[in-house]
Design a protein around this ligand. Structure first.
Ligand code: PEP
Ligand code: MG
Length: 577
């Protein structure tokens, strides 16, 4: 195997070496080939075998989903109808193989193309079945090529490196760190939710590789350097030995850092609280032992993703209560569901949008589906007696929007009171600052909000108009940009004046490189994926908050990305010296 190096964006740091497990059906090139007479019978048999396997696959999906068939039932019925349609779909393919002597792939692609064209011309709902038909075509081509479409990652064998074009949030939700050494993809950006999830699970990940799927075959041996952003296919022996030694050293130094009581002091004595982000439904685990000051962000939408049945009020109440109990007196910040953009979830029921990041996402979606939102708030209030919850609203623009969300909480509280259901008297309500509008209006928001939380992922995306999940523009995704720092500092100053807490919970808060900027902008609460805590603690202990403040002031004064970047690089070099 010839050695090759692919370069991408690091989204979750670490080193791993192992064999490639290619996920999904790679684009299969249909062999447009004419058969020799002797090949016709075997080719027909090959087609029938592939058809049988795909029918079995669909049956397996049906059996697995039996308890929650609901919306899936219609889709499965469509698949089964297509797969049983001898006259219209399958016989013409058999004919093209048997009589016209086309290879199975060529016969299949041609017939599917014709049927898609016919369907598209018919009245609704038939044209909307086209994606189902395409999926069947892909499955058949996959089976002909001996490749299976794999959707659940918890079925991956142990000790593999997941290679994919991209991972959906649902797939990422089934990642099992006990099985998976690393995740590498062709697409995706540093703050996509797949990235956040791998970071949360502590699985090294590199995205945006671009040519991975065309360069890697299942079983290829890979070295993933998710520090430098490199994937080496077919490394040589010496290289591998050096790499494994490096991995061992990093693991040891990470273990030796420990946190204490959730507060760290900078070199010049400023106290910074360390909180944890929880991005999945699995609960608090060992967070208390790790010593965090609390949960700064629980992305509750991950309770929905990957589940066959949307969690109802009861399920949510149990989950929230368990988390609160596990954290004892330490606060748990429940962010209300933040669906939309790359965290799309069909169960909430919104339609496809041309521009989802600017569309009906997040709190807007909650307002549009108030029943789902209310059920979530009811669950949070009912669980509130178990600990110290805080409720955080995502994507708030201004005070009016915050008030609207708060009014719903108050209405739900009144409802529970009338029902005689107990809940905590005072639950702090906060607003995420993740849009420039909110940062600029933070003083007014703080008139009524109890705390603020900076979502630097979206704040960067919306300030610089750069899609956080698009590798084509990842160069322009610059959380250190003076414009972003200006907004962060504006909100931090407003919070300080109002004597209220502001924390940062975007990926910046767990980035060893970017933490100096948050400290310099006046943020003293950082919430991050547990896997990032040891690195963050180590860097905070080496920082002077005063130097960071001067740095951020100067970068904002620079007012230019390039100038500010150079200044920032110099600062980082002096820190490393
Ligand atoms: C953010 O935008 O920084 C944030 C924390 O929210 P999410 O990444 O879930 O959009
Ligand atoms: Mg956000």
């Amino acid at each position: 195997m010839a050695r090759r190096v692919l370069r991408g964006i690091v989204v979750s740091e670490g080193l791993a070496a192992g064999s490639a497990f290619v996920v999904g059906t790679p684009e299969i090139r249909a062999e447009e080939r004419r058969l020799l007479p002797a090949e016709v019978e075997p080719e027909l048999a090959r087609f029938e075998r592939a058809l049988k396997r795909v029918r079995e696959d669909v049956r397996a999906i049906e059996t697995e989903s039996r308890d929650s068939l609901g919306e899936k039932a219609g889709i499965i019925a469509t698949y089964q109808a297509f797969l049983a349609d001898d006259t219209h779909l399958l016989d013409p393919i058999r004919h093209a193989i048997g009589k016209d002597r086309w290879s199975a792939e060529a016969a299949l692609v041609r017939r599917f193309r014709e049927v898609v064209t016919e369907l598209a011309r018919l009245p609704e709902p038939l044209p909307s079945r086209v994606p189902d038909l395409r999926d069947i075509e892909r499955r058949l081509l996959g089976r002909l090529a001996g490749v299976e479409a794999i959707t659940r990652l918890d079925r991956a064998p142990r000790g593999v490196i997941i290679c994919a074009d991209d991972l959906s949030p649902t797939q990422t939700a089934t990642l099992d760190p006990a099985r998976v050494l690393a995740v590498i993809t062709d697409r995706g950006g540093a703050t996509s939710h797949a990235a956040i999830m791998t970071r949360h699970l502590g699985i090294p990940a590199v995205v945006g590789l671009g040519t991975l799927i065309e360069s890697v075959r299942p079983g290829d041996f890979l070295m993933v350097d998710a520090l430098a952003g490199e994937v080496i296919v077919g490394p040589d022996r010496d290289e591998l030995e050096g790499f494994l030694e490096r991995a061992r050293r990093i693991q040891e130094s990470t273990r030796s850092v420990e946190l204490g009581r959730g507060r760290v002091r900078t070199r010049d004595g400023e106290e910074v609280a360390i909180l944890a982000n929880i991005d999945s439904g699995e609960g608090a685990g060992g967070l208390r032992e790790l010593g965090v000051a609390g949960i700064g962000l629980f992305r509750t939408e991950f309770l929905y993703i990957g589940k066959r049945v949307a969690p109802d009020e009861e399920v949510q109440t149990r989950h929230y209560a368990a988390l609160l109990e596990a954290m004892g007196r330490r606060p748990v910040t429940f962010r209300t569901m933040d669906f939309g953009a790359d965290k799309w979830h069909h169960r909430i029921g919104a339609g496809e949008e041309p521009n989802p990041a600017l569309g009906l996402r997040s709190i807007r979606l909650s307002f549009a589906h108030e029943d789902v939102f209310r059920a979530q708030i009811r669950a949070m209030l009912r669980a509130s007696v178990k600990g110290r919850p805080r409720i955080l609203f995502p994507m708030i623009t201004d005070l009016a929007e915050f008030r609207r969300a708060r009014a719903i909480v108050q209405a739900v509280a009144a409802e529970l009171r009338a029902e005689g259901v107990p809940f905590a008297r005072s639950i702090p309500l906060g607003a995420m600052i993740e849009m420039p509008a909110a940062a600029l209006c933070s003083r007014a928001i703080l008139e009524e909000a109890d705390f603020l939380s900076l979502g630097t992922n979206d704040l960067t995306q919306y300030t610089l108009a750069v899609d956080r999940a698009n590798p084509l523009v990842s160069e322009s995704y610059q959380p250190w940009h003076p414009a972003v720092l200006h907004l962060v500092r504006t909100a931090a100053q407003a919070a300080r004046r109002a004597d209220k807490e502001i924390s940062a919970c975007g990926e910046m808060a767990g980035s060893e490189r970017l933490i100096p900027l948050l400290v310099g902008a006046g943020v003293r609460h950082l919430s991050m994926a547990p896997s990032r805590i040891s690195g963050a603690v180590a860097i905070l202990r080496r920082l002077s908050a005063k130097d960071c403040t001067r740095l951020v002031q100067a970068m904002i004064r620079d007012g230019d990305g390039e100038r500010a970047r150079r200044r920032f690089d110099d600062f980082l070099s002096s820190l490393a010296a």
